[in-house]
Structures are given as structure tokens and as C-alpha cells.
Design a protein around this ligand. Structure first.
Ligand code: ATP
Length: 360
């Protein structure tokens, strides 16, 4: 039987730190999750020196976790800010260093000029959430909407690759960040603000600050809709986002497999708890049509997401087939929704539903 999150957590809690305290007693472990065989957590440290000293602890935690049945991957993120970020005083110019502590704000805030903010989430990783987000953004732009795309997947920001952009966004006045433009979409990714060699090293408050900056310091301009590509699962980013931004609603992407659906239900449950309306579910990798003989196969099953949506009384927004061209187009930085054909039409239908629903 696979381990539970609690068992995995217990397995590493007694690892000794350089100062003699155990990992549990030192209170530096944050956002511990176990999802689909992947353990992810954050070790909160004061600076780069402390992070270096924790390297043996990290190695030992990794070793112990990987020895557990059902754990295939361990992703550890260390907080090691270059300098201690000072809390900005009132009237300070906003810092362009992404990943600062959050500034105080009263409840979830709208993003000026942005009509609706839609979070795209999934329970399980790899179900195609980022692919769906980039294609939906392009389809909405093709339908004449002003679309923004914020890639908030701190563990694996893939939108720069999928949308074919690179380079660090400019800040001509040193205060505001200029987003990039790709395929008619205004976009910004947490990945564009980090050097490639820079590990993402944020704890809860730093993460909140970074998200706040990406929402409020970026010149988004007038947008009908801002799509936010979330990391998979139910972690700190989802929590921070729903606390910091007036999110109009969330769309959940799942493949039809039972295991993915189980995780999708958890994600829905989390959004319900955060009082963020779930706008509907999308089934990705729904069916596969053999390009040679036209035979339709259902590699991950079919219809499971629609059925779950019905059971939970949530809208089913549509299904996207499993197609090689979707992956190839994503890898090439030109989402398939830019072209013509059945697959592009499937994304266009999804976009149309959002537009007809008054969300874009
Ligand atoms: N409908 C599809 N048909 C074919 N390939 C797809 C489809 N959707 C996604 N993919 C491919 O599956 C892989 C995972 O997709 P993607 O990165 O969008 O998933 P994700 O849920 O955002 O993953 P992560 O959890 O890592 O953020 C990518 O290589 C992508 O090109």
C-alpha cells in the first residue's frame, strides 16, 4: 500500500539539523504535499549560507522519502533570499525583485483594468493544465477578447516555452513591469523573472509577495480576462491567490482516469473551501483518433469528467482530444489553437462558452 502524506512527513520529522534540533522542532518545513507519488515541500531558511548548511538534511530527507513505497519523486524547495527583504514602507517605490514579502492588503483585491480573473487548476500534475491554458488564451484572443495569461506555476513554469517567449520583462520606470506579448495574448510568467539557474526559493509569505507583485505591479492594461496557470494540487499558491486576488472562478482540468478524477475532486473541494466558485470541468486527453486509420481509442477512458461534473452539479465545459499535434505545437511555442482544424475548434468552443457565460 502506498504511504500517506502523514506517514511520509513522519518519516523525515526526526532528521537532525546542524544546530541539533530535529526538522519537526525547528519549524522550517512548509507546504508538505504528497500527490501522485511526488513529495513536495519547502524548507524555510534565512539566507543562502543556511541553505547550504542544510544540504545534508535535504539529501537525507530525499533518501528516506524515496525509500518509501509509492514515492517516486521528491521536490524540495529551499528559501534562500539573496538579502533579507525589508517590509516596504508606505510610499516606497515597489521593488522589482520578485519574491518579496507581501504588503498588507485588505482582503482579495481586483487587478485594475481586468474584468475577470480565472484560475486554471488541476488536482494531478501532467494532466495538461498549462497546455489548456495557453490554447484557451489564444482561442479567446482569436475571438477578439483582450486576454492576459499569468503563469503562476512556480514548480515548473512552462508558459514561456508553450507561448514561445523568452527574455526578462522590462521595467522602463523601475517600478512597473511590462508584460510580454505572444500570439495576441499579454503574458507574464514567474519563470521569466528568475534566472534559469535560480532555484525557486520561496516560503509562504515570499510566495504571496511574488504573486501580489505579478498581479499588481505588472502593466496588464485593460483585459477582458486574465487566465492564471496554477501549479497542480492544493498548495500555497492556490491559497495565496484566492486570498490576494478577487478570483472570479476556477476551471479544473482532468484526464478521465479515476486517479486524476480523485485528485480533481480534492482541488474542487479546496476551491469550495476558499469560496472561489468552480466554473466547470474540462476533460483533457479525452479520446485519441488514429491519424492513419481514423480509429477512435480512449487511452485514459472517456466521459469520466463529464459524469463527475454531473454528480457534483458543476458545468462540464468540454473535452479536448489526445493529439500529437497538441504536444508538438506546445513544444514549438505556437499553441495549436492558432491554426485550423478539429483540435483548434475544440479550444474555440471552450472559449465561446466562457464568452457566452459573460466571463470574457
Ligand atoms: N490533449 C493533449 N494531447 C497531447 N498531448 C498533450 C495534451 N495535453 C497536454 N499534452 C502534453 O502533455 C504534457 C503535459 O502537459 P502540461 O504541461 O500542459 O500539463 P500540466 O498539467 O500543466 O503539467 P504540470 O502539472 O507539470 O504543470 C505536455 O508535454 C503536453 O504537450
Amino acid at each position: 500500500m502506498s504511504v500517506t502524506r502523514e506517514v511520509a512527513l513522519g518519516e523525515i520529522s526526526d532528521i537532525a539539523l546542524p544546530d541539533g534540533k530535529t526538522l519537526a522542532a525547528a519549524d522550517i518545513l512548509r507546504a508538505f504535499t504528497l500527490e501522485s507519488g511526488t513529495v513536495r515541500f519547502v524548507l524555510e531558511v534565512a539566507d543562502a549560507g543556511a541553505a547550504k548548511a542544510l544540504a545534508p538534511v535535504e539529501a537525507e530527507a530525499r533518501r528516506r522519502l524515496l525509500a518509501l513505497e509509492g514515492v517516486d519523486d521528491v521536490q524540495i524547495v529551499m528559501t534562500a533570499p539573496a538579502g533579507k527583504p525589508a517590509a516596504p514602507a508606505r510610499g516606497d517605490a515597489p521593488s522589482l525583485k520578485i519574491g518579496r514579502h507581501p504588503t498588507a492588503q485588505a482582503g482579495p483585491q481586483p487587478v485594475p483594468g481586468v474584468r475577470s480573473i480565472i484560475a486554471i487548476g488541476s488536482g494531478k500534475g501532467g494532466v495538461g493544465k498549462s497546455t489548456l491554458t495557453s490554447n484557451l488564451a489564444v482561442a479567446l484572443a482569436r475571438a477578439g477578447r483582450k486576454v492576459g495569461l499569468l503563469d503562476a506555476d512556480i514548480y515548473g513554469p512552462s508558459q514561456p516555452r508553450m507561448m514561445g517567449v523568452s527574455g526578462r520583462p522590462a521595467s522602463p520606470d523601475g517600478q512597473r513591469i511590462e508584460p510580454l506579448k505572444a500570439h495576441g495574448v499579454t503574458m507574464m510568467s514567474i519563470g521569466l523573472m528568475l534566472k534559469e539557474s535560480e532555484a525557486v526559493v520561496w516560503r509562504g509569505p515570499m510566495l504571496m509577495g511574488a504573486l501580489q507583485q505579478l498581479l499588481q505591479q505588472v502593466n496588464w492594461g485593460e483585459l477582458d480576462i486574465l487566465l492564471i496557470d496554477l501549479p497542480p494540487g492544493t498548495g500555497d499558491v492556490q491559497l495565496s491567490l484566492c486570498q490576494k486576488a478577487a478570483v472570479t472562478g476556477a476551471i479544473i482540468v482532468s484526464t478521465p482516469q479515476d486517479v486524476a478524477l480523485l485528485d480533481a475532486r480534492r482541488a474542487i473541494d479546496m476551491f469550495n473551501k476558499l469560496k472561489t466558485p468552480v466554473l466547470g470541468l474540462v476533460e483533457n486527453m479525452s479520446s485519441y483518433i488514429c491519424p492513419k486509420c481514423g480509429h477512435e481509442a480512449h487511452l485514459f477512458g472517456h466521459g469520466g469528467v463529464a459524469e463527475d461534473a454531473r454528480k457534483m452539479d458543476l458545468p462540464f465545459l468540454g473535452e479536448i482530444p489526445l493529439q500529437l499535434e497538441i504536444r508538438l505545437a506546445g513544444d514549438a511555442g505556437r499553441p495549436v489553437a492558432l491554426g485550423e482544424g478539429d483540435v483548434s475548434d475544440a479550444y474555440a468552443r471552450l472559449a465561446d462558452r466562457l464568452i457566452k457565460g459573460g466571463l470574457a
